[in-house]
Write a protein that binds this ligand. Structure first.
Ligand SMILES: Cc1cc2nc3c(=O)[nH]c(=O)nc-3n(C[C@H](O)[C@H](O)[C@H](O)COP(=O)(O)OP(=O)(O)OC[C@H]3O[C@@H](n4cnc5c(N)ncnc54)[C@H](O)[C@@H]3O)c2cc1C
Ligand SMILES: *[C@@H]1O[C@H](CO)[C@@H](O)[C@H](O)[C@H]1NC(C)=O
Ligand SMILES: *[C@@H]1O[C@H](CO)[C@@H](O)[C@H](O)[C@H]1NC(C)=O
Ligand SMILES: *[C@@H]1O[C@H](CO)[C@@H](O)[C@H](O)[C@H]1NC(C)=O
Ligand SMILES: *[C@@H]1O[C@H](CO)[C@@H](O)[C@H](O)[C@H]1NC(C)=O
Ligand SMILES: *[C@@H]1O[C@H](CO)[C@@H](O)[C@H](O)[C@H]1NC(C)=O
Length: 483
């Protein structure tokens, strides 16, 4: 159990070159000698860092915190620090801990939690915000609000900055400014050999690779993102029951008719306890939306509705996305290029077909399909990046999320989710969409997805850049998508 939120010079040197003090050369974890060494390491790192082992753990829960139980492995960190160098001990790098894929940011080895990288600094003259890799977007929005600026980040509460940004980043602001990767001015990176460097477009290969390539090239400590003016916004969440036709109509009509880049919605079908409820999140980047564009959503009977003029953070907090915290869960995805009624009807059917099929054998089942309309121009705002591998097609991710409470059914659920994703791809193709090879979004893809399904023709370049910057393959010890 170690807390190592810190100067990665030391951490990464540890991984490759740490020489083991005699007192630490123990095979008995968590003994007094090991603990002493952990404390010694902590004292040599920096006062902002802490390295703990279980007996004195104060931050254990926070640093192993993961949103999904399926990715909450218990690390056995400090006791094994000496073993990292010697035995290639696995480690995990955790930003916000929102990956649901087992072992992506969790580990049974040494957990490197970025939590202490928690500063947000706004530089008005540069028009940028420097953001610590341990933060969640909620905190970033709160810090930037007094300056009337914002960055392109998460749409619902609790999501981490680091994984989100290193994988792409679909935001309510993406129709205006692109994905989060398109707004990165620089990454502060600890290379696998322990060198700290600032990666900008003047280092084009590494800059390109970090924009979508996650933890393959080292550990990011801070992101420097473009800051944009931000005033009050309009929107919030509506939850409806029994209004599936009205919701699918409204969603299809919104996608077909609204070309205003300040407008954005999320439509989510949630099946729980035998009922499909729909959550719609509405967003407009001004205090009042133009007449008409959200009328169909506002006309629906609702269970709860919290829509108003408010701060960006207040809008993000209306989504009850933390309700499934602590359940096991997986995400899976398909990419589509059009949102039509027949496809939405198929998504409603998938939600209900699989939830009723699985409910008896999967205790605590929660099934969710979310439709994310974006303008076809969404990828025109940025320059080439590891992800998406193509910007010529205005594709949109569908987010499939299944949660449950027992471990026993994990592989069954994985196969059902992949079957459902393939089925929806076939439905889209039968509707005339050219999506057989459209890239899947790596922040939504289930853990055994092929690299080529997400990164397409970029895989070979990513592998070459990874080999150049990590010749000893240190980052292979950390989970996640691996090049
Ligand atoms: C409720 C919910 C809502 C979401 N909403 C959105 C959304 O609106 N838009 C969207 O695009 N995505 C969304 N996502 C997906 C989200 O982008 C991913 O889960 C993302 O990886 C979360 O980042 P994190 O830092 O919390 O993840 P973590 O689990 O901490 O990390 C994810 C991956 O990134 C790596 N990583 C983390 N920190 C670092 C670092 N400092 N340096 C190098 N590698 C690092 C990890 O090793 C791991 O492989 C959502 C997810 C959830 C659960
Ligand atoms: C965060 O800001 C504080 C105060 O300016 C500074 O002392 C500290 O070094 C910063 N931390 C990081 C990780 O940059
Ligand atoms: C989500 O819920 C968990 C458990 O109640 C809590 O610890 C965590 O702080 C919550 N996260 C947010 C962002 O509210
Ligand atoms: C949905 O739209 C169709 C026409 O496309 C219409 O016949 C139907 O009444 C609408 N349903 C609802 C609930 O609005
Ligand atoms: C509903 O979904 C299942 C599973 O994908 C599929 O076999 C079935 O044909 C679908 N039914 C309809 C009416 O679309
Ligand atoms: C660390 O790696 C970088 C990038 O490959 C390289 O430029 C630098 O010289 C290396 N530093 C050391 C000390 O090996």
């Amino acid at each position: 159990m170690s807390r190592i939120a810190t100067s990665f010079t030391l951490i990464l040197s540890l991984l490759s070159t740490f020489s083991i003090p005699a007192s630490c050369a123990t095979t008995q974890p968590r003994n007094v000698a090991t603990l002493a060494v952990c404390k010694e390491i902590a004292s040599t790192v920096s006062s902002a860092s802490e390295i703990w082992s279980r007996p004195v753990e104060l931050y254990y829960t926070e640093d192993n915190y993961h949103w999904a139980q399926s990715s909450s492995q218990v690390s056995d960190g400090c006791a094994q620090i000496n073993l990292l160098a010697r035995t290639q001990t696995p480690f995990g790098v955790k930003g916000g801990g929102h990956s649901a894929n087992p072992g992506f940011s969790s580990t049974t080895g040494v957990q490197i939690a970025m939590a202490r990288f928690n500063n947000v600094t706004y530089d008005a003259s540069a028009g940028t915000a420097t953001i610590g890799a341990g933060l969640i977007w909620d905190d970033v929005y709160a810090e930037l609000e007094p300056y009337n600026v914002n960055v392109v980040g998460g749409r619902v509460t609790g999501v981490g900055v680091a994984g989100f940004t290193l994988g792409g980043g679909f935001s309510f602001l993406s129709n205006q400014y692109g994905l989060t990767v398109d707004t990165v001015r620089a990454f502060e990176l600890v290379l696998p050999n322990g060198t700290i460097t600032t990666v900008t477009e003047s280092n084009p290969d590494l800059f390109w690779a970090l924009k979508g390539g996650f933890n393959n090239f080292g550990i990011v400590t801070q992101f420097i993102l473009e800051a944009y003016p931000q005033g009050q916004v309009w929107g919030g969440a509506i939850i409806t029951l029994g209004e599936l036709d009205a919701v699918t109509n409204a969603t299809a009509n919104f996608y077909a008719n609204v070309a205003d880049p300040k407008a954005s919605i999320l439509t989510t079908l949630n099946w729980d306890l035998g009922i499909t409820a729909v959550e719609v999140n509405l967003f407009y980047d001004a205090p009042t939306p133009p007449d008409g564009i959200f009328d169909e959503f506002l006309a629906m009977p609702y269970l709860t509705r919290d829509v108003s003029t408010r701060s960006f953070l207040s809008l993000v907090l209306t989504a009850p996305s933390n309700a499934t915290f602590g359940l096991r869960g997986y995400f899976e995805t398909v990419s589509i290029t059009d949102i039509t009624l027949p496809l939405l009807d198929a998504i409603v059917n998938e939600t209900e077909y699989w939830s009723t099929t699985l409910a008896a054998e999967v205790p605590g089942l929660f099934v969710s399909y979310d439709i994310e309309p974006f303008l076809p121009s969404i990828y025109s705002h940025g320059s080439p990046s590891a992800w998406p591998p193509t910007r010529s097609q205005g594709f949109m991710p569908i987010n499939i999320y299944y949660a449950w409470s027992l471990e026993a059914s994990d592989s069954l659920i994985n196969s059902v989710m992949q079957e459902s994703a393939r089925y929806l791809t076939q439905v889209a193709i039968s509707q005339g969409q050219d999506v057989a090879n459209t890239p899947h979004y790596p922040n939504y893809a289930i853990y055994d997805t092929a690299l080529s399904t997400m990164y397409g023709d970029n895989v070979a370049s990513l592998q070459a850049i990874k080999a150049q910057y990590d010749p000893d393959n240190v980052m292979a010890l950390a989970g996640g998508w691996k090049f």
